[in-house]
Every structure is written in structure tokens, then in C-alpha cells.
Design a protein around this ligand. Structure first.
Ligand code: GTP
Ligand code: MG
Length: 444
């Protein structure tokens, strides 16, 4: 894809700084830089020059770098103008390059051009945005791994595995009447087995990468009055939720984004879970379950003075797929003599007892998502695509085991491949691309 328009944007963050960079990409980048500076440039070498306006008055001076196509970030001619950092100054320079023929870049347009010119694939483009916005060191490292292509490579390997089975099945369809040397059933079984294993492994890593990227979602659940909103307020550091001694105070879902020792966490306070006849409370409980079942970790709060009840056990049972951590609350109400016999971590939001340990355990849990340092950054979109891939592969496998209908298997495997290609952007609608890139910052 070749772009005739030359785009320009301020690439450094808005505000005052020592250096401000304007980046140009497109066929006129070099001639715009030459007119702006009245100088000429050698590829990839820094040259100090003055920047002039239309009346030949000096606007600023600085360093100019020229990266000719295709050896640049976007794959097009790119010029960087490194002047002084200052909002007004940078705006003046940007207006000047637009006068000379550039137009303002849209959000993510540099990355989008890099993608269209095959400099990076979609997961790498997303990793750039995620790297910039990463909220923790683990997330930054995982984003770097994705940017270096680790995630894409693993997806490509899966695609190869799908293609291997597809080509066999499609050959079997095409040459159904001929005697040719085809794989045996057990060979194919083995191919399916390897493919499913590999896809599950990558899905697991992508799910972990999604948590590293977007932060850990922590739902606070429990019976009414267990102390859920008090915990949210304690962790958030302000009175985000209403706390009263009336059971059933919280109805709406309350979300707070916080950092626990640098770990990004989305905490969700929910309505107390119980059988209720009040339609408002019922709706609150319905919404509570929606959030709880989607969380990465659930804290099940239990009033220590009441102990674990059948209702608590029922809540735990319903959550068998999600890590649930029991947390005893209101520890300050317990006489010191009984504090030694507790079966789970206990806290008090009144006295602060147990809070450091809770925060330590939660941050440790986050490190788990970064196990063996191989997690790559991922997004919900990738997780969904991998789940769809697995669904189609499973379906193809069961057709193979049952009817062996070649056409149906071929169709499922084709769908599986499309889902994988959507991750790296080889088969992604313009709509989706537009949505992804528009969430990037301008200048990227
Ligand atoms: N002594 C003591 N009281 C607490 C503690 N935590 C909460 N409480 C009290 O317990 C009552 C209920 O607290 P909330 O935080 O509103 O409980 P909740 O689980 O959000 O309740 P619902 O929203 O009704 O489900 C309030 O009176 C709080 O002051 C604690 O650590 N110690
Ligand atoms: Mg509450």
C-alpha cells in the first residue's frame, strides 16, 4: 500500500521539555525538510540546521534526521525534526510543515502505515501502544517480547500446524478416487493432538499477557455487610463506596483503578450476595455475579465474627473455575486469644491489621501472570480469537473422530486459520484495523 500523502505530528509528549520532536512520513518528507531548513540531508546522519517560516524568519533550530524508504519505522521516507520542546514552538513548526505540504497525522497513523508496509504485524503494532502505556515493569517486558515478534511467531507456528492438517484433508477430498499415499488416521490424530496442545498453551499465555496488560481484575464478593465496600475504600484510599451497617447497602457495581505496589489492579465492589425479594437488590446481585464470574481473582469476604457459613460455601462452589481467595474481615472485633486459630488470611479495615499481607499476596499473584518470563503482552481481542480457533479445531477433531466428513472438517479448519490470521492482521477487516489504530496516540 503506498500513501501519497505526507503526514506530520508532534511525537514527544505535550508540555514543556528540553527537546520536542516532529515526525514526518511520506513521499514529500525530504522536500518539506529541505524547504523548512534550506539545507540538504544525507540518510541517517544528524544535521544541525535552522527552521524558517515563510518569510524566512527563524522559528527554531535543531537536529534533522532523514530515514529514506524502506528503512524507516513506517517503511516510507521519514524525517525527524528535533527542536526545542515547547507547546507554542512545536505548534508553529507543525503549522509550517503543513504549509509546505504535510497534513496532520491521525491517531496511530504512523503505526498503521508501518503495518500496511509490512514493517510490523498487528500484534507488534499493538505491542508498541501497550509498551508506551504499560503500568508495570512486568507489563513493559512482556510488551517488548510481543514487539520483538514472540507472540506473532507462535501464532504463525499454529497457522502452519493448521495448514498441515488442512492440506492433507483437502488433498484427500480432491483425490478421493485415486490411490495416493495419504497419512494414516493415527498420524492425523497426532497432528490434532499437537495442534490443540499448542493452541491451549498459547491461549494460556495470552490470557496471562492480557492481565499484565490491562491489570488484574479483582472482584470483592461476599454476603451483605461482610465489609466489601470498606475494603474497596481502604484500597482506593478514599470513600468511593457508601458504607453502612445496613445489609444490602451496595447495589451498583463500583470500579476503581488503583496501583498496589506498582501493580495495576481494577477493583470491583459488588452487591452482597443473598436471596432477596427486592427487585432493585435482585438486579444488583445479578450484576454482581456478572462481574464476579469475569474477574481474574475473587476475594470472598467473610465476617470473622460469623465464620464461614453454608452460603459462603455455595458462593465458592459456583466459582469453581476462578481463583477464589477467602478473606476474613473485621479482625479487630475478635478477641486476641482467638486470632491464632484462623483458617484464612484475616484483615481489618478499621485497625489495618492484615492489610500489608493482603497487598503482598495480591501483588505476588500478579507476578504469577509473568511466570517463567515468557509471557507476551496480549489483549482481550487476541484471547477471543484464540478461543475461537480452539473451538473450530476441537470441532474439526470431533468430526474426524465421528463422521470423517472432509468438507465439514475443511471448513472448520479454514475458520480456525482465519481466526489466527486475524490476530496478526493478515485477515482483519478495515473496520477493526481502524478501531485498533485510532486508540493509539497521535505521533505513533
Ligand atoms: N469493626 C469493623 N467493622 C467493619 C470493618 N469493615 C466493615 N465494617 C463495618 O461493617 C458494616 C458493613 O460494611 P460494608 O463495607 O458496608 O459491607 P458490605 O459488604 O459492602 O455490605 P453490603 O454493601 O451491604 O453488601 C459497616 O458498619 C462497617 O463499618 C472492620 O474491619 N471492622
Ligand atoms: Mg457494600
Amino acid at each position: 500500500m503506498s500513501n501519497k500523502e505526507t503526514i506530520a505530528a508532534i511525537a514527544t509528549p505535550p508540555g514543556v521539555g528540553g527537546i520536542g520532536i516532529i515526525r514526518l512520513s511520506g513521499p514529500d518528507s525530504l522536500s518539506i525538510a529541505e524547504q523548512l531548513t534550506q539545507a540538504t540531508f544525507t540518510p541517517r546522519s544528524a544535521r544541525f540546521c535552522h527552521f524558517y517560516d515563510a518569510n524566512h524568519t527563524r522559528l527554531d533550530h535543531g537536529i534533522v534526521l532523514f530515514f529514506p524508504a524502506p528503512h524507516s519505522f513506517t517503511g516510507e521516507d521519514v524525517v525527524e525534526l528535533q527542536g526545542h520542546g515547547g507547546i507554542v514552538l512545536q505548534e508553529m513548526l507543525l503549522s509550517r510543515v503543513c504549509e509546505l505540504g504535510a497534513r496532520l497525522a491521525q491517531a496511530g497513523e504512523f503505526s498503521e502505515r508501518a503495518f500496511h508496509n509490512n514493517k510490523i504485524d498487528l500484534t507488534q503494532a499493538e505491542a508498541i501502544a501497550d509498551l508506551i502505556e504499560s503500568g508495570s515493569q512486568a507489563a513493559a517486558r512482556a510488551a517488548m517480547r510481543s514487539l520483538q515478534g514472540e507472540f506473532s511467531n507462535q501464532v504463525h507456528q499454529l497457522v502452519e500446524q493448521v495448514i498441515a492438517i488442512r492440506s492433507f484433508i483437502e488433498a484427500a477430498l480432491d483425490f478421493a478416487d485415486e490411490e495416493i499415499d495419504l497419512l494414516t488416521d493415527s498420524d492425523i490424530q497426532q497432528h490434532f493432538y499437537d495442534l490443540i496442545n499448542q493452541a491451549q498453551l498459547i491461549l494460556q499465555k495470552a490470557e496471562d499477557g492480557r492481565v499484565l496488560n490491562e491489570g488484574m481484575t479483582l472482584a470483592i464478593a461476599g454476603q451483605p455487610n461482610a465489609g466489601k465496600s470498606s475494603l474497596l475504600n481502604y484500597l482506593a484510599g478514599y470513600d468511593a463506596a457508601i458504607v453502612t451497617d445496613i445489609a444490602g447497602t451496595t447495589r451498583d457495581v463500583i470500579r476503581e483503578h488503583i496501583a498496589l505496589k506498582g501493580v495495576p489492579v481494577k477493583i470491583i465492589d459488588t452487591a452482597g450476595l443473598r436471596d432477596s425479594t427486592d427487585p432493585v437488590e435482585q438486579e444488583g446481585i445479578r450484576r454482581a455475579w456478572l462481574e464476579i464470574e469475569r474477574a481474574d481473582v475473587v476475594l470472598l469476604l467473610i465476617d470473622v465474627t460469623r465464620g464461614i457459613t453454608a452460603e459462603d460455601l455455595a458462593i465458592e462452589q459456583r466459582l469453581h473455575n476462578i481463583p477464589v481467595k477467602r478473606l476474613l474481615t473485621k479482625l479487630d472485633l475478635l478477641p486476641a486469644s482467638r486470632k491464632t486459630e484462623l483458617s484464612a488470611l484475616a484483615i481489618s479495615t478499621k485497625s489495618g491489621e492484615g492489610m500489608d499481607q493482603l497487598i503482598d499476596e495480591l501483588t505476588l499473584q500478579y507476578q504469577d501472570y509473568n511466570h517463567d518470563q515468557t509471557t507476551f503482552i496480549a489483549r482481550q481481542r487476541h484471547v477471543e480469537a484464540l478461543k475461537k480457533t480452539l473451538h473450530h479445531v476441537h470441532q474439526a477433531e470431533s468430526i474426524f473422530n465421528e463422521t470423517q466428513s472432509g468438507e465439514l472438517m475443511a471448513e472448520d479448519l479454514r475458520q480456525a486459520q482465519l481466526c489466527l490470521n486475524e490476530i496478526t492482521g493478515e485477515f482483519t477487516s478495515e473496520d477493526l484495523l481502524g478501531r485498533i489504530f485510532s486508540s493509539f496516540c497521535i505521533g505513533k
